[in-house]
Design a protein. Structure first.
Length: 223
């Protein structure tokens, strides 16, 4: 998936020695996409106005297919799963139980006001999570997301409004991959999708890898 910029220009590099901005982490459990999207919009407005610090939402969704701005309009549901058009960049992807969804509501600092860099930074978070499990995550030139070998394990899609980023990434942890076979995820053959549990044991104490995702997000973004 690709970024969507609601109207901003890249800024100059900032001072890396300055104090780290605060980050509020919310572990939300399983939410419908509609509920999570409404919360994102609320937090986005509050962050733009400076009423709250940056946010990191960690959750999983009820089954849904989301269609970004790069996708062609289609049916209202596929295989009994609702299809929703959203603001992020990119094509169609699936969200459902067993998948870690991470939505940063993040004011991009001057030195990070490059959407392609932001996507690479999010990919680096996922690569770090996988490395902690002994799994080698990688990027593919010209494609957005994280791969293990020739299989895609994580999809990304973001939007930006007044340099506050929202939406984020979805990491397949122990997701039912059959859900991807009803459509072409991100325009790809659905057989390309994989999940963490096919490559390494998922820690019982962190079954959705939320703690690992928070740790690597803080590392990559200096929080």
């Amino acid at each position: 998936m690709q970024p969507v910029d609601d109207g901003a220009r890249s800024g100059a590099a900032g001072d890396p020695s300055r104090a780290r901005p605060p980050l509020e982490v919310r572990r939300l459990g399983r939410l419908s996409y509609a509920a999570a999207h409404a919360l994102q919009e609320e937090l986005l407005a509050a962050r733009i106005e400076g009423r709250i610090p940056d946010q990191l939402l960690l959750l999983e969704h009820e089954p849904v297919i989301t269609l970004g701005r790069g996708g062609e309009p289609g049916p209202a549901e596929v295989g009994g799963v609702p299809v929703l058009s959203v603001e992020r960049g990119g094509d169609a992807t699936y969200h459902g139980p067993g998948q870690l969804v991470v939505y940063p509501i993040l004011m991009l600092e001057e030195e990070r006001r490059d959407l392609h860099r932001y996507l690479r930074d999010l990919e680096e978070v996922v690569i770090g999570v996988l490395a902690g499990l002994g799994v080698a995550g990688s990027r593919k030139p010209g494609l957005t997301g994280v791969w293990v070998g020739e299989r895609k394990i994580c999809s990304l899609g973001v939007a930006v409004r007044r340099w506050v980023a929202w939406h984020g990434f979805a990491l397949n942890v122990h997701t039912d991959l059959a859900a991807f076979h009803a459509f072409r995820p991100c325009g790809l053959d659905p057989r390309v999708m994989t999940r963490v549990s096919d490559h390494a044991p998922v820690p019982a104490e962190d079954p959705l890898l939320e703690a690992a995702a928070e740790r690597h997000f803080r590392r990559v973004f200096g929080r």
